[in-house]
Ligand binder design. Structure first.
Ligand code: NAD
Length: 258
């Protein structure tokens, strides 16, 4: 694993779940880490879990709001130095059929998952372009390329994240800023923010070739790789970290009759 000592990393949605796992992994790898999240109490608990380390900085942020994202980046820069690595992870995944969906719910998902990624990446990119390099990682989902009921807003937002990532990678290549996307499959998290039913989890796990759900650490290892010099020539990529769930119709049995 690459040693990130001396580097500053910023992660949104870092109070819980995958974002916390990514922040924790970078911290363990020696980095200084800024954790941004809308959940103030969650951030305090996250800092506690990381042992109140001097290499940790926390700041509340609502990724839907440009001013709030600007404040996060400025505060992080003063506290731990300009982020050389930024992970746009904050996201929500409520579930509702289209015919019942409120406009508010549609907007909340698009604003958090897509506008939030745009604002986070834009703030990160501006600093990195000025400094001549950096690494940006977005978090999409298998839902970007595979639909599921109740997730029209979520799937649309994550498909948007994938295309946003590719275009940004094109624009930032000449500035030596890598922009890549991780598309996790099902990942076990505390689910304090977005609830999912046991039946959904059980059914989905049954279709994962690897035979288990992912963990935040699985996603974090991919993030550390993409942020490392080993991945310098990888940009605009969408890396599935999903135990094989994105390979195809994994629910089908063999068709042979004998
Ligand atoms: P989570 O609910 O455990 O954590 C999300 C964090 O984001 C929370 O701490 C929450 O407070 C924060 N957040 C929500 N809205 C915010 C906002 N407006 N501004 C700042 N922070 C905000 O979720 P998770 O499962 O860890 O998901 C993290 C990312 O991974 C999301 O983008 C999600 O879509 C994606 N993802 C998750 C899974 C999964 O199975 N868990 C699978 C694929 C993709």
């Amino acid at each position: 694993m690459h040693d990130f000592t001396g580097q500053s990393v910023l992660v949104t949605g870092a109070a819980a779940g995958i974002g916390f796992g990514i922040a924790e992994a970078f911290h363990q790898a020696g980095a200084r880490v800024a954790l941004g999240d809308v959940d103030e109490r969650g951030l305090a608990a996250a800092a506690e879990r990381l042992g109140r380390s001097s290499r940790i900085f926390t700041q509340t942020v609502d990724v839907r709001d440009a001013a709030s994202v600007g404040t996060l980046f400025r505060a992080a820069e003063s506290a731990i130095g300009p982020p050389a690595i930024a992970v746009a992870n904050a996201g929500i995944y409520p579930n509702c059929p289209v015919v019942e969906m409120s406009v508010d719910e549609w907007d909340r998902v698009m604003e958090t998952n897509l506008r939030g990624v745009f604002l986070t990446c834009q703030a990160a990119a501006r600093g990195m372009v000025a400094r001549g390099g950096g690494k940006i990682i977005t978090i999409a989902s298998g839902a970007a390329s595979s639909g599921r009921k109740g997730a029209a807003h979520y799937c649309a937002s994550k498909a948007g994240v994938v295309m946003f990532t590719k275009v940004l990678a094109m624009e930032l290549g000449p500035h030596h800023v890598n922009v890549n996307c991780i598309a996790p499959g099902l990942v076990t998290v505390d689910r304090d923010v977005t609830q999912v039913s046991d039946e959904y989890v059980k059914t989905l796990v049954g279709t994962i070739p690897w035979g288990r759900a992912g963990t935040p650490a699985d996603i974090a290892r991919a993030a550390l790789f993409l942020a490392s010099p080993e991945a310098d020539f990888i940009t605009g990529d969408v890396m599935a970290v999903d135990g094989g769930s994105g390979t195809g119709r994994t629910y089908l049995p063999y068709s042979r009759t004998t």
